[in-house]
Write a protein that binds this ligand. Structure first.
Ligand SMILES: Nc1ncnc2c1ncn2[C@@H]1O[C@H](COP(=O)(O)OP(=O)(O)O)[C@@H](O)[C@H]1O
Ligand SMILES: [Mg+2]
Length: 509
């Protein structure tokens, strides 16, 4: 469906300033529809037709009454003879009232109000409702209709929509939320039942009608500011007991003089309470990640203590590996504890993981340099945890197997602190449309002849395979960089695993 500016540009010769004026009107006209219990329709002259046809630029239904039109009218073009009252309002440049027979039994009561800007009629706003007699006139209805008339006069004078008015990012209050009519001295002339209830919750127990608006506690400077600036003003107050109310004040103007105002009030206590809950829930999750990290560190210390008491080298090494794997998971929780959501920039955790591996290398005879290239984008916390373990295993293998100690320990081969003979390991991150690729490349001795990951029985590669294929739905392969030299371990994780958070049932750790 075309927007108002699109329709106006296509059909009328209204320029951008005039179109902006109509857009301002349409952004607040729900208020006018509600006040008049009627459909509102906006017409402009269709300049493409020589016969003075009209184009229907906008339509809004009231939330306080029933609509006359089930169909969408926007964008229709009408010949002048089909909309005589609208044509008359354009020509006379003043409000025209009349009745129109629709079908055989329906009479539509129509008020056509010229929308003017700097003395020029740029559009006509039509209020269309069934005969007024159809509805018994309560005090509330009479009041709303009078207020609508005051806004209609402002439209005619070009005083509405306002210039430079304040807008809410969220839904602005509607008449049904609660309406106060205030006179030019700041006394409340009328309060809708919902407005009275809201004021009760704010502790205003005495009669609302006749009270001074400033005594309600609803932003005392709001009315003054709206009168002084002759434009809509918004305020939100929150009491110590957490009752929160948004108010939207529309000054009523008569040729530049404020004659009163309407204030729409909306009780947002529940909304704000939920906002606060969400924020604190966020903080709770971060706190939990922090505690998990601390607990993992405690477990690591316990394992280290136990390792020290062991005689067997093999058993001690096994515990050392477990400490390293726990360290990798702990890195992710530490990062999640600092992030606002359950996602991690994967590159952020690679550096700390490298440190985990470096720390586990006790021999100073292996000056392997580990570098990181590329970027992996953000991944869900759960994927980050799994990938952290995988990456650590692959790094550890490169450090353990690619560069047998003897080779690097040989001073003739370049020494322990020069880097010419030292091996290198590169972590390459590559985020593509179809997924994430993480490569660990080394220039070491290479994998044994005929080696296949699928058959590898070591614990490290078994963990890698289970995690990558089982948990992440991806692939892992280990191939030589070139014949008999270096190794590339490549992991691919499909995109669908990199977007949303997973269910807890898939928790691999
Ligand atoms: N980067 C590498 N360079 C050379 N050989 C490797 C490399 N990565 C893995 N391997 C080989 O794969 C084997 C299995 O690795 P893994 O399952 O991690 O067990 P472990 O590290 O305990 O030996 C290693 O023993 C090694 O022979
Ligand atoms: Mg290993």
């Amino acid at each position: 469906m075309a927007t108002l500016p699109e329709l106006a540009r296509a059909h009328s010769d209204l320029d951008e300033v005039r179109i902006a004026h109509l857009q301002n009107l349409v952004s607040v006209w729900g208020l006018l529809a509600d006040l008049s219990f009627a459909d509102l329709v906006l017409y402009a002259r269709d300049s493409r037709q020589a016969d003075g046809s009209l184009v229907l630029l906008g339509h809004i239904r009231p939330t306080t009454g029933t609509t006359l039109y089930r169909a969408d009218l926007v964008g229709q073009v009408f010949e002048p003879r089909r909309r005589p009252l609208i044509v008359k309002a354009f020509e006379a440049e003043c409000t025209v009232d009349g009745a129109v027979e629709v079908g055989s039994e329906r009479t539509v009561h129509l008020t056509a109000v010229p929308v003017r800007r700097n003395g020029e009629t740029i559009a006509v706003l039509a209020r269309e409702r069934l005969r007024p007699e159809d509805r018994p006139g309560s005090e509330q209805e009479r009041t709303y209709l009078t207020v609508f008339d005051r806004f209609a006069r402002m439209l005619e004078r070009g005083e509405f929509p306002y210039q430079d008015e304040e807008r809410l990012r969220h839904r602005t209050p509607r008449v049904g939320d609660g309406l106060l009519l205030v006179d030019s001295d700041g006394r409340i002339e009328f309060a809708s039942p919902n407005a009275v209830s809201t004021l009760h919750r704010m502790g205003v127990t005495r009669g609302v009608t006749g009270a001074r608006f400033d005594d309600t506690g609803l932003g005392s400077s709001m009315l003054r500011s709206a009168f002084a600036r002759r434009t809509a003003v918004i305020d939100e107050m929150e009491r110590p007991d957490e009752v929160a109310v948004v108010s939207h004040c529309f000054p009523l103007l008569d040729a530049g003089t404020p004659t009163g105002a309407i204030v729409l009030v909306r009780d947002v206590t529940e909304l704000r309470r939920r906002d606060r809950q969400l924020v604190s829930k966020d903080a709770t999750i971060r706190e939990i990640h922090h505690r998990v990290k601390n607990n993992l560190q405690t477990i690591s210390s316990l394992l280290r203590l136990q390792a020290r008491r062991l005689e067997g080298e093999e058993a001690r090494e096994a515990l050392g590996e477990s400490v390293r794997r726990i360290g990798a998971i702990s890195v992710v929780h530490e990062t999640l504890a600092q992030s606002a959501d359950d996602e991690v920039g994967f590159a952020e955790i690679v550096r700390p993981l490298v440190r985990v591996v470096e720390e586990s290398v006790s021999s100073p005879l292996r000056p392997v340099s580990i570098t990181v290239e590329g970027d992996a984008g953000v991944v869900p916390g759960q994927v980050a945890t799994t990938m952290a373990v995988v990456l650590t295993e692959l790094l550890q293998n490169a450090v353990d197997h690619a560069f047998p100690t003897a080779q690097l320990a040989d001073p003739e081969a370049g020494g322990t602190d020069g880097d010419s003979a030292a091996g290198w390991v590169r972590i390459q991150l590559d985020r593509r449309a179809d997924g994430l690729i993480v490569r660990v490349v080394d220039d070491g001795v290479g994998i044994p002849e005929g080696f296949d990951v699928a058959d590898a029985s070591g614990l490290g590669l078994t963990i890698v395979r289970t995690f990558v294929e089982g948990e992440l739905g991806g692939h892992i392969r280990l191939v030589p960089v070139e014949r008999g030299r270096g190794t590339v371990a490549e992991v691919w994780v499909p995109t669908n695993r990199l977007v949303g958070p997973w269910g807890d049932s898939r928790d691999p750790v």
